[in-house]
Design a protein around this ligand. Sequence first.
Ligand code: FRU
Length: 495
Amino acid sequence: MFISEKLEKARKYEKEESVKIDKSERPVYHMYTPVGWMNDPNGFSVFDGTCHLFFQYHPYSTQWGPMHWGHYTTKDFIQWKIQPCAMAPDMEYDKDGCFSGTALEWRGQHVLMYTSVKETLCPNGEKITRQTQSIAIGDGVNYLKYSGNPVIKADLLPKGNSQVDFRDPKIWKDENGFWAVIGTKDYEGCGQLALFHSENLTQWEFVKILDESKDEYGKMWECPDFFQLEGRQVLIVSPQFMRADGKEFHNGNNSIYFIGDYDKETMEWKRDKPFLIDYGLDFYAPETIEYTDGRRIMIGWLQNWDNYLLPDGYCWSGMMTIPRELSIQNGRLIQNPVRELEKYRGNRQTYIDYVLSAENGKITLKNIEGRCLDITVTLTKQDFENFNIYLAAGDSYETVIRYDRHRGIITTDRTCCGMWKDLLTERNLKLEKEDLEQVTLRILLDKNSIELFVNHGKYVMSTLIYTPATAKDIYFETDGNAIFTVEKYDILEQI
Ligand code: FRU
């Protein structure tokens, strides 16, 4: 198979440079970039029985740059095997980037659809950007870009739609052929999703605008996903420039979901109101897969475009969330860490009905410490206003999970995690009334990240903390009386 010079260079670079990075600064059970910069997950798919995950990749620096597709495979969503870089921006039509996209298996081949980006500098100095959709076909390691690329251009869109913002195809196949939903902007600059159809993956026709923001939920809708789950249909989008609405959304880039119903024959899509997928500071652009055993699993970029935080001297930037199993309960998407994580748990330590009151101050519990943990705290008696858990604490560092019972608010506060820049440090999540009776906090800590799953996955908060590894204490504190249960496991590197 033809390997371009650019791709060859990226493959050589990642191979040589990734081994130089100190392993002790890497996450233990999350996927991370081998070297350089990583953003969105791409092409999350099963091919030939193996799960593949690609990602937006700029190997040469810790900043976003001309996008490549990096590549991993996994057998259990916890251990990731690096594969050679899959695509470089090496064609005339994608010379300025191979942006996000998805993948599927078709007739024994692995088909990737991605956004090909081309910029042209006009004689008058004006820069014209065109985003189109292209495909690459491969064997799980090497991918050949189709000679007829790009296969979808923005001129198929309704008149007035953006020719510049047209990206992140989600493709799937059903008995009626191949389908793609692609993010675009209407003539007023509001986000829309365009639905396309094809019989053969190479010739596509515009079908309709499937959904639109109408300026209610942000501008450009990036990275759509659209799938069936438990008899309903779920739409995930990551809108840019969204405005906060009380505590439910926040300013800037959000990732939201709508649950609704989709009629495959008439292509009618009706949806309920949206919810935020993750209430933390660091989450964006998730993708899902339907795994071989029927589970719908989602993975997201554990970072955000604003609030970019990286310690000096790091040669890599970017990790993914723990893959999460999705289900629906009472109109909400429920997310829980993949069950495979349980195989990596060891050194169990529990405290049943531990009684804590204000007079005790900040307490530690024997064997409840560390930076690579799966720990669940269940509050069985809540006679207090505030209950706090301090994580990655010590040497004047700490990140606090604060539960304000009267206001029903859970906050992750990383003010003292070791940041040296004036960036956002806190984010809140407002519990619904029905959630207050018993609050369960499952916390996944992995070196530099905290993912908090509240009430068995009804709410999730993901946050990066770049705290020195020596800060590994955990404290509990309340201003009243609390009774709680703790179940803690270390996550082991090998099983
Ligand atoms: C989302 C995004 C996508 C785009 C990619 C570029 O984070 O902006 O819309 O395809 O990143 O890297």
